[in-house]
Design a protein around this ligand. Structure first.
Ligand code: SUG
Length: 446
């Protein structure tokens, strides 16, 4: 059956800020003292979504989460009315308060792992929200993510939703950032690659020594079971621990796959020669599989991490071309820009590039691919998706007006002491639930 890949981009939330919360993520730590511009951030994300829509792709919108997470602040001992909780938390621990204000749910590549129906034994599309157990601010996401997924994919005949994995480091799960799918047509059975950073139980496997491995083997194995993946649709590979220690905190910072193309750095995987042999052997498409390995001599790991080349999206266009949707930082880096020019003129399916200014997200370590969750859907499944979360020209205009009305253009540390930020943000989201027809997905009452 014919199918399309729909990218559901995270709409940046009204409290987007830089709090230096993600140890192991170079950009997050180095921008901790900067002030943010939530309005610019949401509009940059929307401009990317609109550009994808204008290319003829089906583009979805994934709503932000309600922040601050007032319930978790209460669980942590801050009492009183909402404004008292905020002012007590600000005095006691401003970084904790900012973690509870984080808009990190914008990086929807980490929202969930999704397996299309062509790969699953029961023929349903399976979703498991990621537990994001490795970082406190991200561990606040899975419950709302599941509610949002259920509001977007609300039809038991086609969609199967699973509870997130146990909230424990052994099952650390970061969702689709460590998952890609190779196939020669979205509607055909594909090969799902699960890339883990370390094993919790098997001490024989190597681990990074400095920065955390956020995805465990055991989490990836559990997702394969939950999603009832056909054995021939799954392959588990280990990420190279040495690059995790250089700031490659997710596999999508060092590799990207689409259709019959896997673009990866030559240092992406542990025992790379053998890993790629396994990929070639397991791939079942009729079209030739293109594995493009980028040598360190052309793009160093440092350049890969600062430019986010591998966090580009690779998208198939209806004219048969494949487009690299890259962050502006790739254009600004002369080595990376030279490599991209070589890539698009070489003999492989990638033959176009488009650069996007996503600086607000990039400064927290989130590039184009971090901002989107891919869901391959056949025509019947697509018809069953909540239509209000699919972008069109008027929805784009509506979302821009909504953002312009509700979002601030500057947030710095002292602004988090102001409980008006809570009220403004929740009012914005309340209005958004109507624009995206989500029902009551948020745990607040205005
Ligand atoms: O989890 N940054 C996110 C970036 C996620 C990128 N996603 C993918 N690679 N798919 C993270 O580290 C920073 C928040 C702060 O420091 O304020 C943050 O959460």
């Amino acid at each position: 059956m014919t199918a399309v890949e729909v990218n559901f981009d995270g709409l940046v939330g009204p409290t987007h800020n830089y709090a230096g919360l993600s140890y192991g993520n170079v950009a997050s730590l180095s921008n901790a003292a900067s002030y943010s511009n939530p309005k610019e951030a949401v509009l940059q994300g929307l401009a990317k979504m609109k550009a994808m829509h204008d290319l003829g792709l089906t583009q979805g919108v994934f709503a932000p989460h309600a922040r601050p997470d007032i319930n978790v602040l209460r669980r942590l001992g801050f009492t009183g009315k909402d404004n008292e909780v905020i002012s007590k938390a600000f005095k006691a621990d401003p970084v904790l308060l900012r973690a509870c204000y984080s808009a990190s749910a914008m990086w929807t590549a980490n929202a969930a792992t999704v397996s299309p129906s062509a790969d699953t034994l029961d023929g349903k599309v399976h979703f498991t929200a990621a537990n994001l157990n490795n970082k406190f601010h991200r561990s606040l996401e899975p419950t709302t993510t599941t509610r949002l997924l259920k509001a977007m994919f609300n039809n038991d005949s086609y969609f199967s939703h699973h509870e997130h994995l146990p909230e424990q480091g052994f099952f650390g799960d970061e969702g689709a950032a460590n998952h890609t799918r190779l196939t020669d047509a979205h509607g055909k059975q594909g090969l799902e690659l699960f890339v883990f950073g370390a094993s919790s139980f098997n001490s024989a496997l190597p681990k990074p020594s400095k920065f955390p491995a956020r995805q465990t083997l055991e989490a990836s194995q559990a997702i394969c079971r939950l999603h009832q993946l056909k054995p021939s649709s799954q392959l588990l590979l280990q990420q190279n621990p040495a690059v995790i220690d250089q700031g490659v905190f997710h596999n999508d910072v060092i590799a990207v796959g689409n259709a019959n193309v896997l673009l990866c750095h030559e240092q992406a995987f542990l025992n790379q020669i053998d890993a790629l042999k396994q990929v070639r052997n397991a791939y079942q498409g009729d079209e030739t599989l293109h594995i493009i390995e980028v040598p360190s001599a052309k793009v160093s790991i440092k350049d890969a991490v600062t430019s986010y080349l591998f966090n580009s999206q690779l998208v198939s266009l209806s004219n048969g071309k494949m487009l690299l949707v890259a962050p502006q930082e790739c254009h600004n880096n002369s080595a990376v820009n030279a490599y991209i020019n070589e890539l698009i003129s070489a003999d492989n399916p990638i033959n176009q590039v488009q650069f996007f200014d996503l600086k607000q997200s990039m400064q927290n370590g989130g590039g184009p691919a971090c901002l989107r969750l891919r869901v391959a859907l056949n025509q019947q499944e697509l018809a069953a998706v909540n239509p209000a979360v699919i972008l069109n020209d008027s929805k784009y205009q509506q979302l821009c007006s909504w953002a312009n009305k509700h979002y601030r253009d500057k947030l710095s540390n002292d602004d988090f002491a102001d409980a008006n930020l809570l009220t403004e943000s929740w009012q914005a989201l309340d209005e958004l639930t109507q624009i995206l027809d989500l029902g009551s997905v948020y745990p607040f009452q205005l």
